[in-house]
Design a protein around this ligand. Structure first.
Ligand SMILES: [Mg+2]
Length: 250
């Protein structure tokens, strides 16, 4: 992996779309969730106006923008409200994409995860903070790893857990990844792998980065890229990347 400063105009020449992970890339990591009985409190993070402006500039320079997150659609729409006319949203780890009011579903996880949900709900452990509202995946926020959750999921050959440091995503093994979303998004926009640059910071970005022609790691201790940017610096990883791309593009 090379530091992003090494990125050149030639590297950028084939790029038509930039894919951004959200948490740890466009906003700092960390989700505030609290669940008590039937009441769930979930904080919506705000994308800074500076990043919204940078995305606008990239779009003006001709880049397509795709957001690829483990979050639910309702949350991403709220975060990207100001630029929804030209941004596509791939949500719940590649499960579906929203673009200009149209929905594209990439996987049907219902049959495979419907029976595990009540089993997970029945686990009582004070380290479990809450279930984040989702449609196609199950996300359980915990203060630390909970072996019981892993045991329940691992007993099902169709499912797997991905721990990201603050939550488990429970996914259809091999199929339900951000790479699935990116392959469909490439079809929607008629793009090849080499036309896509993607940036992500966490274990669930591994497949996304492998599926893009120009992968950028925002945490080289967790994911591999061709280039990397520091997770914690003066600027957010997406800010650093956008500054660099805008400086190279006439
Ligand atoms: Mg992330």
């Amino acid at each position: 992996m090379e530091p992003l400063e090494q990125l050149t105009k030639e590297d950028l020449a084939p790029i038509k779309m930039i894919v951004f992970d959200v948490d740890g890339v466009l906003v700092p990591r960390g989700t505030k969730i609290h669940q008590e009985g039937n009441t769930t409190t979930l904080e919506t993070k705000v994308i800074a106006e500076k990043q919204i402006e940078q995305i606008r500039e990239l779009n003006k320079k001709g880049f397509l923008i795709n957001i690829s997150s483990g979050r639910g659609l309702y949350m991403l729409q709220e975060m990207f409200r100001a630029i929804l006319p030209f941004v596509s949203l791939t949500y719940e780890s590649g499960s579906a994409t929203w673009y200009q009011g149209k929905l594209y579903q990439h996987i049907n996880s219902f049959e495979k995860n419907k029976d595990i949900f009540p089993k997970l709900k029945a686990v009582h452990d004070e380290r479990i903070k809450g279930f984040e509202p989702k449609e196609f995946i199950i996300t359980i926020h915990c203060t630390e790893k909970v072996q019981k959750i892993e045991d329940i999921v691992n007993a099902d050959p169709n499912l797997c857990t991905v721990w990201n440091g603050e939550a488990y995503d429970i996914l259809i093994k091999n199929d339900q990844t951000k790479a699935l979303g990116l392959r469909h998004v490439r079809d929607i926009f008629n793009l090849q792998k080499e036309n896509v640059m993607a940036i992500g910071d966490n274990y669930n970005d591994h497949e996304l980065l492998e599926e893009s022609g120009l992968p950028i790691s925002a945490d080289k201790s967790r994911v591999e890229g061709r280039f990397y940017v520091p997770l914690e610096g003066e600027f957010l990883p997406a800010d650093v990347l956008m500054q660099k791309v805008l400086s190279l593009k006439d």
